[in-house]
Design a protein around this ligand. Sequence first.
Ligand code: PLP
Length: 459
Amino acid sequence: MEKISNDADTLEMLDARYLMHPFTDARANLQGGSMVIDRGEGIFVYDSSGKKYLEAVAGLWSVGLGFSERRLIDAAVRQMEKLPYYHTFTKKSHAPQIELAARLIEMAPVPMSKAFFTNSGSEANDTAIKMIWYRSNAMGEEKRKKIISRKRGYHGITIAAASLTGISVDHQSFDLPLPGFLHVTAPHYYREGQEGESEDAFSTRLVNEIEALILAEGPETVAAFFAEPVMGAGGVIVPPDGYWEKLQPILKKYGIILVADEVICGFGRTGCMFGSQTFGIEPDMMILSKQLSSSYLPISAILMNDMVFEPIADESHAIGAFAHGFTNGGNPTAAAVAIEVLNIMEERDLMAHIKDVSIHFQARLRALGMSSTLVGEARGVGLIGALELVTDKVARSSAWPVGQLAGYAFNLLENKGVIARVMGDTLAFSPPLIITREQVDMIFDRVEQVLVQVENEIR
Ligand code: PLP
């Protein structure tokens, strides 16, 4: 047989030949051009040519403890040597999953009852939807199946999770969303607020829209409301004043389960352990992943309160089993790594570090909103932030086709050794939680240089 690759092929060439990438133009990728990341050290990664980058998005908002945390590696090795794999189906169990469940329930910001483990954020959201449907059936409320989420919300890409997601490219040509998934206006004051409308009035309008939708659909048909405390992939959208305060009583009034998708916000990102604490959210279910294991191994969890769990328990008893679960959900090695993440956060008082460094992070971010003519809005909270770029600040618009301005700035920034994230015309930052003030300066000094360069080029 002819050899399909040879020693002269670079990794980049093999990538173009053999890999299909997620969230990538598959046709364009055949021409190559992927950056192959070779190794990591602290908040930095190195590509295959040895070039160093400050990872200002922590991979996919997820590598909270940086790319070289020895204790996580040791925890994985210890667990693999003892018991690399077991499951929790049909009344089997293992210590790492039990301990992690107990830790998460104890640290939850509101009383929670049970944890269920999966492998990814998408799987966890899918599982939560199935639990919610199962519960409605258990309660004899067979019609209560509709789910409300927000435009611009990102909840993953499995069929049901992508239906929750409110970003059109995630639906296009996939025949999604499924019926019964309803999307309401994004709480994005900069883009959705009306002339002269205060943030608080904007929140009132959005909550009225949600209540009107519930009434129009029939409250007895609406099962749950899913939301990220801060929208990440939708453009780092921080809720406007009064949003959660006004929304939660409406959901309670109609018996609608509130699910906080903490996949990005969880474990310190917004300056509190959970985004729900930062915004006074009292969810019935929480979806956790990403920083839970600092992304060293795949793991995610659904936490639920008794109001959710009890009917599910009754139904599973009647049927004989809650017939849902994944072979690797809460794998002992992944669970051991997650426990070590929690140990490290506690022992190093990482929350105090985040609170301190995020003051500087937000100050530098917002200063660019004042100084640069290209920054329409600088927004964020804790260690997550974004710059929405425009060429006309007053009109809040760009003379360039959508995405090109931020795309151009993103490329310049990458050349300067900083990896950010671009969504439309928004540049997002969500660095590892271990970042120092000096490293925050490294990011924003370079962002500033890039913005000045672009300003000069287009003037
Ligand atoms: N929920 C949120 C808020 C996310 O940001 C993501 C991923 O970015 C997901 C869910 C999906 O997680 P995964 O990619 O692990 O399926």
